[in-house]
Design a protein around this ligand. Structure first.
Ligand SMILES: *[C@@H]1O[C@H](CO)[C@@H](O)[C@H](O)[C@H]1NC(C)=O
Ligand SMILES: *[C@@H]1O[C@H](CO)[C@@H](O)[C@H](O)[C@H]1NC(C)=O
Length: 301
């Protein structure tokens, strides 16, 4: 009897024990499952990277680049967005870059419109011994200098800012736009944009780089040529009117950037370039000369 009751007591105890342990185990697994799922959810969240991030703004509407970037906090003069402007390296000698669709068709139209009716025959900076008569035929285009502030629609301002972004030279260093028109047969024989002090005397500052925006399609001719690209044709036999070497076909809205100076500030001889005669159509181009010294112009960026 004693033994029996002890036995029963014991089994009653085990029953209670197993009940509470099952209950505990259930709670353990329930909580465990809950935490595990939360952990997995969190790690997935981290993998998909759906945390809120600073707003990214793509300047290029055409670039359907949906890539998101984890931006850094910028300095006071910096941007809180990513700039994405595609380019192709056309040449390293000279350093020449191609920017497809740099300006929109509307922007090109506006730039032509601004200049129409204000065009004058393009000038030349004469070297010692040269006269207007002796240099006739070297540069036959017409053009006009216009500053960004003269265009109340803001197109020139937007283009100038974009040029500063890609060249990484502040706007304070640029000259006004020189918008040029080349009609049938008009050209600019090969020349340098930088002024050699040996020929032009001491210079306060140099044209270190040039940005061209083509404002029209030119069906034939009118290419921008670099006859000395990669050191070609530099044996002294080159006739400056010949349209040879690296040639860039003008296409509406496209831009090119090339550097006339080496990084050490001396003139890059391979930066010789010209505009081939227009054979069909009319070539309009907006030229932006970038100087190696501040031009005392307002610079926002
Ligand atoms: C071109 O200029 C004229 C006035 O000179 C203006 O009426 C017209 O809207 C302009 N067109 C564009 C595309 O800017
Ligand atoms: C400047 O750099 C160019 C290209 O690297 C080099 O050929 C030239 O000798 C350099 N000139 C001076 C004065 O350092």
């Amino acid at each position: 009897m004693k033994a029996k009751s002890v036995k029963r007591n014991w089994s009653a105890k085990t029953n209670t024990l197993s009940f509470s342990s099952v209950f505990l185990i259930c709670i353990f697994f329930f909580l465990g499952g809950f935490f595990c799922s939360t952990l997995i959810f969190h790690s997935q969240e981290e993998e998909n990277d759906i945390r809120p991030r600073p707003m990214t703004r793509l300047l290029e509407k055409s670039a359907k680049e949906e890539t998101k970037y984890n931006l850094l906090p910028a300095g006071e003069s910096g941007d809180d967005f990513i700039t994405s402007i595609p380019f192709q390296v056309l040449s390293w000698r000279p350093r020449a870059l191609y920017f497809p669709n740099f300006a929109s068709s509307e922007q090109c139209k506006r730039m032509i419109n601004l200049s129409k009716g204000r065009l004058r025959p393009s000038g030349l900076k004469l070297r010692k011994g040269e006269t207007k008569e002796s240099t006739k035929g070297i540069r036959t285009s017409s053009g006009v200098f216009i500053t960004a502030s003269e265009d109340e629609t803001g197109v020139l301002d937007a283009i100038e800012e974009k040029i500063a972004r890609v060249s990484k030279i502040p706007r304070s260093n640029v000259e006004a736009f020189n918008i040029l028109r080349y009609e049938l047969g008009q050209r600019y024989v090969s020349h340098y944009d930088a002024f050699d002090p040996a020929e032009h005397g001491p210079q306060e500052s140099q044209r270190m780089a040039t940005f061209l925006v083509y404002l029209t399609d030119v069906p034939e001719g009118g290419e921008t040529m670099f006859p000395y690209e990669n050191g070609l044709n530099m044996d002294g036999s080159y006739n400056f009117e010949d349209c040879i070497g690296l040639r860039v076909r003008p296409r509406k809205g496209d831009g090119i950037l090339f550097y006339s100076l080496f990084p050490n500030g001396t003139i890059d001889p391979t930066s010789l370039h010209g505009s081939c005669p227009v054979i069909k159509g009319t070539k309009w181009v907006a030229t932006k000369w970038i100087r190696n010294e501040d031009q005392g112009r307002p610079s926002i960026i």
